[in-house]
Design a protein around this ligand. Structure first.
Ligand SMILES: O=P(O)(O)OC[C@H]1O[C@H](O)[C@H](O)[C@@H](O)[C@@H]1O
Length: 314
């Protein structure tokens, strides 16, 4: 047999084009034959880019630190096990703001691809983080035995991120979780956030006071930092143009009942050294799916799973 011959098309099953995945220098890139792509840094398992319809969908600060010296400003940093500054006298009290998931180095567990229906392909990337992988400082600050599996799934019209948390130890622990998604928008003055009407929110820019959303289409006209609570995860949060019927993004969730809407606006943007250029606050809005208004208690041996699916320019 002539082994120098390449396998014929029939020999390899005349297979359809498959997703491609590359792993280099702690950065995983996956793309579909139809052109969509996603980039994930092992540092924080942070999604830093999602391209669909030929366009970047996520905002990444031009001055973001990509060398592991600071959580990445942009994309989708993962917040776990505490959202915001940790409360005093809590098991998370010694952790930094937003916990350790976004500033720990995860491992790449592998890829899988499947049919996403209608002949479309899906590629799923899995990442893992566990107690023993944490820095000594974080291990001391939060001594629980846990396992996280974070899955990033790219399809032609959506990006899904989901997290499974397992309590691998002998004592219960409490956690909060949030997918801190920085969506790219052309002009903040021209977008609206829909489906928050009548929901209760904590306004972090007004001494954490409680309010009820009155607007069916929220405009962002100043620094905004609100935690909307008790939403139906299956009802999409829609980001649309101001004039519009055309949704730019539609976000459904599983087991994530809170949504944080954040835009730092002029002064705060200037004050963040890793946020650039200064006026980039016009080109982003964070719509963050999470479970942050209360603690999830996870008993020894139990698992919890939650996630979001973002569709773009439907
Ligand atoms: O600067 P970071 O630690 O990344 O936090 C950025 C922002 O995250 C969330 O959206 C919080 O609600 C904000 O209060 C916080 O400013």
């Amino acid at each position: 047999m002539d082994r120098s011959k390449k396998p014929s098309a029939i020999g390899v099953g005349a297979s359809l084009p498959q997703p491609s995945v590359s792993v280099q220098d702690g950065i995983i890139e996956a793309s579909l034959p139809s052109g969509e792509s996603v980039t994930v840094y092992l540092y924080g398992a942070t999604v830093t880019s999602w391209k669909a319809n030929g366009e970047e969908q996520l905002f990444l600060s031009k001055t973001a630190h990509l060398d592991g010296s600071k959580p990445i400003r942009g994309g989708i940093p993962l917040v776990f096990p505490v959202f915001g500054p940790p409360p005093q006298n809590h098991a998370t009290s010694s952790l930094p703001q937003h916990g350790f998931a976004r500033n720990s180095t995860w491992e790449f567990l592998g890829k899988s691809s499947s049919e996403a229906g209608k002949g479309d392909l899906a590629v799923k990337l899995d990442f893992g983080l566990s107690h023993t992988m944490l820095s000594e400082e974080f291990r001391k600050a939060w001594p629980y035995e846990f396992g996280l599996v974070y899955s990033v799934t790219l399809t032609k019209d959506a990006l899904r991120t989901s997290l499974q948390v397992t309590n691998e130890g002998k004592e219960n622990f409490e956690f909060q979780v949030l997918m801190h998604t920085y969506l790219a928008v052309e002009d903040i003055s021209n977008i609206r956030v829909k489906n928050l009407e009548s929901k209760t929110y904590i306004d972090k820019t007004r001494n954490a006071s409680t309010h009820t959303e009155s607007s069916p289409a929220l405009a962002i006209t100043e620094e905004t930092d609100r935690v909307y609570q008790g939403l139906d995860p299956a009802k999409p949060i829609v980001v649309s143009s101001a004039s519009g019927d055309q949704p730019l993004f539609s976000i459904t969730r599983e087991a994530l009942g809170d949504i944080v809407v954040w835009n730092p606006w002029i002064e705060k943007a200037k004050g963040m050294s890793d946020f650039g250029p200064d006026d980039a606050y016009k080109n982003m809005i964070c719509v963050e799916a999470g479970s942050v208004s209360a603690w999830q208690t996870l008993e020894a041996g139990d698992s919890w799973e939650g996630g979001q699916s973002i569709k773009s320019r439907l």
